[in-house]
Design a protein around this ligand. Structure first.
Ligand SMILES: [Zn+2]
Length: 116
């Protein structure tokens, strides 16, 4: 009885991790598409003031076009690459978890049918 509950709890925990992995993968891909959109349409409507010359610049700007003040933000290209990497990683993790889960479930069914 207790073992059964423990098993169900373990399975729920596994499902939770798999769902979390899928959610993270979706978020990473969403961030990637946002970065791609930003790369092809870099002029954001949100303007900020340059820290050194106070000119209005895009909040996505890597560098102030007026005075050359560098903001040290990673380029959209890098973000796209890392988002893709993270998305694929989480997706692989989710599918791996799913595979483990189903393998475990199969073993469970096998044991139940064998010992009953
Ligand atoms: Zn500036």
């Amino acid at each position: 009885m207790f073992e059964r509950i423990n098993n169900i709890m373990g399975n729920l925990f596994g499902i939770g991790i798999i769902i979390a992995m899928f959610v993270l993968a979706v978020l990473a891909f969403k961030a990637m598409f946002r970065n791609i959109k930003r790369k092809f349409k870099p002029n954001s409507n949100n303007l900020i003031h340059c820290q050194s010359c106070r000119s209005a610049i895009s909040e996505d700007a890597f560098m102030c076009p007026h005075c050359g003040h560098h903001y040290g933000r990673s380029s959209a290209g890098n973000s796209i690459f890392y988002c893709l990497l993270a998305g694929c990683g989480f997706l692989l993790g989710a599918f791996y978890g799913l595979q483990l889960f189903f393998e475990e479930e199969e073993v469970l069914i096998f044991i139940q049918t064998y010992f009953n």
